[in-house]
Design a protein around this ligand. Structure first.
Ligand SMILES: [Zn+2]
Length: 458
């Protein structure tokens, strides 16, 4: 058996691992690279395997850096099943066609402006490719063992993080390897804690926050404070948020702050049709998270859901203080850009980031303090207050990652640290070695690890 680390190695996006065993091939995740241009260009590279000859995919969760390259894989000839939880499948039914539309819009923009060296500029994939990928999905229940290819059995375990997210336990040739996927935190507002690490030999562990501990959530006090001072100066608070996961956590927190009278009675808008649809999916999967029926109803009462483009434009013209949740979370696209363009120049407003900002995105540049950003080809002055809230992450922090590793029935023999920038991945590597006494390493992109027999690894 061998495993190739084909993404999320030395970076947080592009999750993709190839397992080969007895002439069969299995992918765990197939995500998009995001952020810096050199990373995004990697989405165009031919994969180092023949997509026709991949037998199956196991998907950990719906975020595009894990699922977003599936339509391209199908376009390139993959025709096997994509195994995922029911909730992941439902989320992907919205996210993958939306991702395709964004790719098509981007190609269209380049063709209108002659701004690509490719004539014509083409999308990475289109909506028909996304639909074909969705036809390949097959529901796999948490905890149910399935022989996905001969000699390889997988079992999914709840990972917290977002609705439907799972870790993958994979048994092959007498050894067990666990891919953590993105791991949630035990104290998440919305999601239940990750299931404990199963008995295993090796772990492929995410390390997004491998070098830090989250600030305490503190009942949402930092968010309440920024809303109070912004509204007091007549401004609007813009919350760029991933449509899935983050938007629902923010809405829940705002609902609690409003019911306790901690934030003023200004309108709260969710301006993202996708986030609205996602919220409905959360409501349908009520046993998989902490929200009660009453919480869900109160969230719906609190927020004004903005669906149409006309309503979105009207909201953008509105100068009354408000709180606006809009996607995308790293301000790389979506309706949030229109809000940013109109709200950033006014010092009364606040732009509040509550999630991970990948290097190279507008979100990362704003958080770093840049006072001018380019939006739709124009330079926009940033005079608004920019705040980065660190207590709301959907990822486990370094103590929590280590806590999860230590929570298994025995220490794994080896831990591979992926899905992190080099600094956090390396710091976590050192802690894993020191605190668990097992071998830990940070694989290079493209690195292949061969397992022979039950012990040796090369
Ligand atoms: Zn994720």
């Amino acid at each position: 058996m061998k495993i190739s680390f084909l993404g999320a190695a030395g970076t947080v996006t592009g999750s993709r691992y190839l397992l080969e065993h007895a002439g069969r091939r299995l992918l765990v995740d197939c995500g998009l690279f995001q952020g810096y241009k050199n990373l995004r260009l990697m989405n165009w590279e031919a994969p180092p395997f023949d997509p026709h000859k991949v037998d199956a995919v196991v998907l950990t969760h719906a975020h595009l850096d894990h699922s977003g390259a599936l339509p391209r894989l199908v376009k390139q000839g993959f025709h096997g099943p994509i195994h995922a939880t029911a909730a992941t499948q439902e989320l992907c039914e919205i996210m993958l066609p939306d991702s395709a539309r964004l790719q098509e819009e981007e190609a269209g923009y380049h063709n209108r402006h002659g701004s690509s060296r490719h004539k014509p500029a083409l999308p990475l994939y289109d909506e028909a490719d996304a639909r074909r990928a969705l036809e390949r999905f097959s529901t796999l229940r948490l905890g149910k063992p399935l022989e996905v290819v001969p000699g390889v059995e997988v079992r999914l375990h709840a990972a917290g993080h977002i609705l439907g997210a799972a870790s993958v336990e994979l048994r092959c040739e007498g050894r067990t390897i666990v891919f953590s996927g993105d791991l949630g935190r035990p104290d998440d507002l919305v999601m239940l804690p990750p299931e404990p690490l199963p008995d295993c030999d090796e772990v492929v562990l995410e390390s997004t926050y491998g070098d830090r501990e989250h600030e305490p959530l503190d009942g949402g006090r930092p968010l309440a404070e920024v809303i109070r001072r912004t509204v007091a100066r007549g401004g609007t608070v813009l919350l760029p948020a991933f449509a899935v996961g983050r938007a629902q956590s923010l809405l829940y927190l705002l609902m609690r702050l409003r019911s306790s009278g901690t934030i003023p009675e200004v309108p709260v808008y969710v301006n993202s049709p996708m986030a609205i649809d996602m919220t409905d999916i959360y409501l349908r999967h009520r046993t998989e998270h902490r929200l009660t029926a009453d919480d869900c109803a109160a969230m719906h009462r609190l927020a004004r859901m903005v669906r149409s483009a006309e309503e979105s434009r009207a909201l953008n013209a509105n100068r009354e203080p408000a709180v606006i949740i809009s996607a995308s979370g790293m301000a790389t696209g979506g309706r949030v850009l229109h809000h940013l363009k109109s709200l950033a120049p006014d010092a009364r407003n606040a732009i509040v980031f509550a999630g991970y900002q990948a290097g190279g995105t507008r979100g990362a540049r704003l958080v770093a303090g840049e006072r001018r950003i380019r939006i739709f080809g124009e330079d926009v002055a940033v005079n608004a207050e920019v705040v980065s809230l660190r207590g709301l992450s959907a990822h486990a922090d370094s103590d929590q990652l280590l806590g999860w590793l230590k929570g298994g029935p025995r220490a794994p023999r080896r831990v591979y640290l992926t899905h992190g920038e080099p600094g956090p991945a390396d710091q976590l590597r050192q802690r894993v070695t020191a605190e668990l006494g097992c071998e830990a390493l940070v694989p290079r992109l493209g690195q292949v690890v061969e397992f022979s027999g039950s012990g040796t690894v090369s």
